[in-house]
Design a protein around this ligand. Sequence first.
Ligand code: IMP
Length: 182
Amino acid sequence: MITENEIIIGDEKFIPFITEEQIQKRVKELGEQISNDYKGKLPIFIGVLNGSFIFLADLIKNVNIHCEIDFFKLSSYGDSKISSGNVRMLKELNADISERHIIIVEDIVDTGLSLNYINQLLGKFKPASIKYASLLVKPESLKFDLKIDYIGFEILNKFVIGYGLDYAQKYRNLRSIYVLSQ
Ligand code: IMP
């Protein structure tokens, strides 16, 4: 059931956390920052599926330089709310990223396991540069020493849904972000 103020899933309740307006404002700022940082370059935005697709779409609409996009897919969470600790590659990149400026786009960095795996994997293709953009970061749960260059919002270690983020594959279509209430 979805109402304006809360989302009930079984016996769990999600409440409004980051509004559509707040998200759009921040994504615009990030797009402008990236446009400045990559002036004169042709970056490739690489979205990590599935969660990043909405953020990536909104982000590049706010980028005013030429850019390309590609996607790859990892699996770690399954349908659970807790990271399984394993990362598997489910879809590989199509683009040749050697000598290219790449920006990896994540919906959320939790433990950092996925990003760390991506970092090691993509580094092997010798891109000209690698930067990371994530709409959300949970600094308290980070277990890897990672520099995330473009961060939308830092949040506490709580489970969130909406704007691309799922719970058992649902709720990605929400326009704002909701948090699990205790
Ligand atoms: P990490 O590898 O632990 O950093 O987890 C990254 C991935 O876990 C993200 O790309 C999401 O798919 C998923 N994830 C982490 N936290 C949440 C959350 O609060 N809600 C929904 N998905 C999450």
